[in-house]
Design a protein around this ligand. Structure first.
Ligand code: NAP
Length: 253
């Protein structure tokens, strides 16, 4: 018996990176996983194939967020794949990682970032709630950028909105036994952030910012999300979990 046997989960942005690791972990824990993605068909197929190779169950849903009709397309695919089953776990993971610095951000890149990182999770939640089982789980990916200053201002703002959404939503849906939490990773090595391990020096410098003295890996984040999705986390809601290995806790003296 594993923690999510008989459960269903939707992971947005699960074709690559942290989302892929989350989808894989939830499937290993027993869930039927909807692997959502934007454009990268090959990568999404790879996620589904990795899940099937370890005996899990998954299906892909292509829907580019931030475009007209995005949430309709996503939920058409979800309803088809779940075939009448309720949704137990929603992980809002898909996001754009940058609109640039303050000087670089244009009105267009700002609007697109907020459309994908803030508007899409809001309306995905709105559509998901009627098909969610009581006792369900909503987990939203935030970032350490909400507590550690860095140059990507619009990105940090978008993740601040995710933290605010998670707390108020937890209050709104708590009477249904649904928990809502945000998970805030620090620098985590994915296919799109290979620069973090581009040289041993860069990797060591980034790692040294963390109390645990290494950079984060997608599986580190997925493990915490699997916990939040499980019954063991039934009494945790409205929180922002710092999942950074202790990023910038203070000076080492
Ligand atoms: P990533 O490697 O860039 O992957 C992004 C995923 O989201 C891909 O599956 C991508 O689909 C999907 N996606 C992006 N834009 C989309 C859109 N408009 N519509 C639909 N899908 C879209 O991201 P990541 O680094 O794993 O980050 C995952 C989450 O963790 C994000 O919320 C991010 O802000 C947060 N986070 C990451 C880090 C880090 O260091 N990696 C640190 C803190 C927080 P396609 O493959 O089809 O494009």
């Amino acid at each position: 018996m594993t923690a999510l046997n008989g459960k269903t989960a939707l992971v947005t942005g699960a074709s690559r990176g942290i989302g892929r690791a989350i989808a894989l972990r939830l499937a290993v824990d027993g869930a039927l996983v909807a692997v959502h993605y934007g454009n990268n068909d090959e990568a999404a197929k790879q996620t589904v194939s990795e899940i099937e190779q370890v005996g899990g169950r998954a299906f892909p849903i292509r829907a580019e967020l931030g475009k007209s009709g995005d949430v309709d397309t996503l939920f058409a695919g979800l309803k088809y794949g779940l075939a009448g089953r309720p949704l137990d776990v929603l992980v809002n993971n898909a996001a754009l990682s940058s609109a640039g610095s303050l000087a670089e951000t244009t009105a267009e890149t700002y609007d697109r970032l907020f459309a994908v990182n803030v508007k899409a999770p809001f309306f995905i939640i709105q559509r998901a709630l009627p098909m969610m089982a009581d006792g369900g789980r909503i987990i939203n990916l935030s970032s350490a950028a909400t507590r550690v200053a860095q140059p990507e201002l619009a990105y940090a703002m978008s993740k601040g909105a995710i933290n605010a959404l998670s707390r108020s939503l937890a209050q709104a849906v708590g009477t249904r036994g649904i928990t809502v939490n945000a998970v805030a990773p620090g620098p985590t090595v994915t296919e799109s952030s290979g620069w973090m391990v581009s040289t041993p020096e860069v990797e060591a410098r980034l790692g040294a910012a963390n109390a645990l003295n290494r950079v984060g890996l997608p599986a580190d984040i997925a493990a915490v999300i699997a916990f939040l999705a499980s019954d063991d986390a039934r009494w945790v809601t409205g929180d922002v979990l710092d999942v950074t290995g202790g990023c910038f806790l203070g000076a080492r003296i």
